[in-house]
Design a protein around this ligand. Structure first.
Ligand code: NDP
Length: 295
């Protein structure tokens, strides 16, 4: 058992920036922490702080009750967990897999774990490595509720907010993917805006305060549009899609006049025109969500 408040001994498999932050937070809270990484030499700072560095994944697993996995993707996680020696050591222990990947990969690994007699929770981390151990950290979890409740106190030492999204194991990854979709398409929009602005002689610095203003419009819209999307009403009273589409066409025209790829905006404009073609021109933009999956 760990020395801290009857919390379990933990093992962290994977010592990239995130794995190191997780292990650091466990150590800081006084949990007995064992660490392992495929490539040796990444545990120096952690062992100086009191972590035990294991020579193999199976040795690391044997030292912990709660096994936290955080590697680049599920190919990597499976390569570690599904080796016979490791799978044997994991039997009867709990794995919390905080590696990011798709919902189907989470379901597949959960099925494998159940067949091995391994308790399994999946999770996603929605904030950068330096947030771990601070109130800013955001963790999403899915899997058996009683298992989550049993390990909640240990997970809490990682800081921030922890939300159990349901027993269906793919839920954390499903939220992760949807949120990454927002993040990366927004970042793609920003990179594209910088390219257009530059071509028009506007620096990214000059644009920044106004870019922040545009960005700030979005969060409240996620509430308003959630109502629309879930009820299927799509009110376009403030900005009907017929009006929105003409501003998209301007972005395409200016991009192409400067020889800048307009693929992302062309695709958005095409979806909006499709909505109009289907007779929903007076609806709001989020009606697009209805047609994206239709062929
Ligand atoms: P990386 O995503 O760069 O992953 C590096 C880790 O994966 C190392 O431990 C590396 O081991 C291991 N790895 C890669 N391939 C294999 C393999 N085939 N077998 C065994 N181990 C392998 O590092 P992070 O720590 O940043 O991220 C870990 C997870 O956390 C990812 O899923 C990421 O999406 C998620 N995450 C990270 C955030 C961050 O701020 N860093 C924020 C939110 C989520 P080796 O050293 O041997 O290559």
């Amino acid at each position: 058992m760990s020395t801290a408040l009857n919390l379990p001994a933990v093992t962290v498999l994977g010592l990239g920036p995130m794995g190191r932050s997780l292990a650091g937070a466990f150590l800081k809270a006084g949990l007995r922490t064992t660490v392992w990484n495929r490539t040796p030499g990444k545990d120096g700072e952690l062992t100086e702080q009191g972590a035990a560095g294991a020579a193999s994944a199976e040795e690391a697993v044997a030292a912990g009750e709660l096994i936290v996995v955080c590697v680049v993707n599920y190919d990597a996680a499976d390569a570690i967990l599904r080796r016979d020696e490791v799978a044997r050591a994991l039997k009867g222990r709990t794995v919390v897999n905080l590696t990011a990947d798709t919902p189907d990969r989470a379901r597949d690994t959960a099925q494998w774990a159940a067949a091995q007699g391994i308790d399994y929770l999946d999770g996603a981390i929605m904030t950068p490595a330096p947030s771990i151990g601070t109130p800013e950290a955001v963790f999403l979890h899915s899997g058996p509720r009683d298992l989550y409740d049993r390990h909640r106190t240990a997970l809490d030492v990682l800081g921030g907010t922890h939300t159990h999204l349901g027993e269906e194991i793919g839920r954390a990854a499903a939220f992760d993917i949807a949120l990454l979709d927002i993040f990366w398409t927004a970042m793609a929009g920003y990179a594209h805006a910088v390219a257009i602005a530059r071509a028009e002689g506007v620096t990214a610095r000059e644009l920044a305060p106004f870019a922040q203003g545009i960005g700030a419009i979005l969060p409240p819209l996620f509430e308003t549009f959630a109502e629309d999307a879930d009820s299927g009403t799509y009110s376009g009273e403030i900005n009907p899609i017929t009006s929105a589409v003409s501003t998209m066409a301007h972005v395409v025209a200016v991009s192409e006049s400067h020889g800048i790829d307009a693929g992302v905006m062309r695709s958005v404009e095409g979806q909006a025109r499709r909505v109009i073609g289907l007779g929903h021109g007076t609806d709001g933009f989020i009606r697009v969500a209805e047609v994206l999956g239709r062929h």
